[in-house]
Ligand binder design. Sequence first.
Ligand code: XUL
Ligand code: CO
Length: 437
Amino acid sequence: MTVFKEIGTIPYEGPESKNPLAFRYYDADRVILGKKMSEHLPFAMAWWHNLGAAGTDMFGRDTADKSFGSVPGTMEHARAKVDAGFEFMQKLGIRYFCFHDVDLVPEADDIKETNRRLDEISDYILEKMQGTDIKCLWGTANMFSNPRFMNGAGSTNSVDVYAFAAAQIKKALDITVKLGGRGYVFWGGREGYETLLNTDVKFEIENIANLMHMAVDYGRSIGFAGDFYIEPKPKEPMKHQYDFDAATAIGFLRQYGLDKDFKLNIEANHATLAGHTFQHDLRISAINGMLGSIDANQGDTLLGWDTDEFPFDVYEATKCMYEVLKNGGLTGGFNFDSKTRRPSYTAEDMFYAYILGMDTFALGLIKAAELIEDGRIDQFIEQKYASWNNDLGRKIRNHETTLEELSAYAEKLGNAELPGSGRQEYLESVFNSILFR
Ligand code: XUL
Ligand code: CO
């Protein structure tokens, strides 16, 4: 059965095309820096936003119809979402999807029944995968929606609730492995606090680490060879979340000996909520060898929450792809953790949104490659640090000197020359000249 009857396969038509159902920049087979665009950009569909979210917000109910011809809350609907999702991905040439356990099936009162439903739906997804090149990018367990997780999952005060978190992770790992997942994500939805007056931070963080260790042990025991990811976010729903940003998450992973099995999944809108640029959190992850995957979206600087907009900002996408290219790619991919605006409620809007996101990242890739090939930014940075290429610089870098020796050197000089211009405005105009040529 066809769900999106009026919409065919989305073709690449080039920048001049005015066809709203065509790509202007995403040309899957075009080779950039020796690799096809489709390999540089393993795009993924987020099950929850695309097949689930229907526009409900704090002030109003659904605007979109995501029933796909069946009754929400039933297994028939769960199957209809699979049909719709696969048709959608195939029409756009998307090869991956990401899911939370409860995006796939309606949660039952008894976890045994939820798990049975997950077995049933994952069998159906496997069936749909046959004859396509579609796979799971990553799976995760939703440990923030059910009221039992009000005080957190790994960080909960209730040992029984902790056991339910563990049970959900075990099942979500089973399904991720079954569907060929490249990764497994921990986004700490309610792993944080509202007030320190009622919170034992040390106890909670240790328990989270313990849960992650058990997840690694179990995952490896069932043959999961991919990366685990932490997805940092500073706040929302909690006032303070433990995985605040990339630097905080990296410190946590190292402290608890999880850094060999984990990398980070960086979401643009989470980085900006933490008061950073998207590029900042990507760079911090990359220099620590932990840039694994990306949740592609964008926020709104005028709003203080996670708006999960489809990426439209080519500057940001270019800076992102610059980091990804310098990182030698990702072990994960680009998951559109993005939703259409509430008034964009039609089926066409779902396609326009993904076309926008994929074109924005394709353009970002093209422009980032041009920036690297142009070389002026790299050359500037190399020249900026050139003073370190002398004997003194080498000695400092090799830990072969002391404060006394450097102090004697400074006294001999008497005064140091200015370090040279940072040339920010010049570099920004180089950036613009490449973006708009
Ligand atoms: C929430 C968020 C999540 C994670 C997966 O802000 O980004 O959807 O990506 O749990
Ligand atoms: Co996300």
